[in-house]
Design a protein around this ligand. Structure first.
Ligand code: E4P
Length: 223
């Protein structure tokens, strides 16, 4: 399963990219609004730091505006995936951009039928928002299971990847991986939580304490 970071924060992107963890990035207008400075600079830097796919979202709601913005966004790099909303105009833009070789991520997916239609329009990725479904008392992970079943059905040949979005905690990641989702996009805080375990911290402290005893008896020792 690929791991994308769901942020426009350059510090977080560099931090996790330096650990070799990032296969890509997803952004949206809300994430952009959280960062200082001109978004143009952020988009240029993110697309140059990250070698994998970087989703940049349009803000137009009608077809021609989405095409214009999508083509402008694509100028940031060959790794730009244009993110469009799951609307009739969004799907029309998805079809046009995809047929011109520009990959599209259809966002704000909340039902299996929306995922099916986005795949039919040629989307490279569909982004089902599981946390927002959980928030309103629906089972977000069940949506991933249903989309997975449809996309991998032997009667079809869908190439569209399931990009699990609106992830709230590490168990979402474990569940998505067990289902066989193609990608999860994670807020930096979730990736931070996945890294740590109290037994790792205690175990390391004990190793270092014990090594101090060895050093006390062998002052010249070095590893
Ligand atoms: C996906 O690409 C979106 O940026 C994101 O996952 C939305 O998550 P939220 O529900 O935490 O805003």
């Amino acid at each position: 399963m690929k791991i994308f970071l769901d942020t426009a924060n350059l510090e977080s992107i560099k931090k996790f990219n330096d650990m070799g963890l990032l296969d890509g990035i997803t952004t949206n207008p809300s994430l952009m609004s959280k960062e200082k400075g001109n978004p143009k600079d952020a988009m240029a830097e993110i697309t140059s730091i990250i070698k994998g796919d970087v989703s940049l979202e349009v803000v137009s709601t009608e077809y021609s505006g989405m095409i214009e913005e999508g083509k402008r966004l694509r100028q940031y790099g060959e790794n730009v995936v244009v993110k469009v909303p799951m609307t009739p105009d969004g799907l029309k833009a998805c079809k046009t951009l995809s047929s011109e070789g520009i990959p599209v991520n259809v966002t704000l997916i909340f039902s299996p039928n929306q995922a099916l239609l986005a795949a039919k329009s040629g989307a490279k990725y569909v982004s089902p928002f599981i946390g927002r479904l959980d928030d309103i008392g629906q089972n977000g992970m069940q949506l991933i299971e249903e989309i997975k079943k449809i996309f991998s059905h032997e009667n079809y040949n869908f190439k569209t990847e399931i990009l699990v979005a609106s992830v709230r905690h590490p168990m979402h990641v474990v569940e998505a991986a067990k289902i066989g989702a193609d990608v999860v996009t994670l807020p930096p805080a979730v990736l931070d939580k996945m890294l740590g375990h109290p037994l790792t911290t205690i175990g390391l402290e004990n190793f270092l304490k014990d090594w101090e005893k060895v050093k006390a008896e062998n002052p010249d020792v070095k590893i």
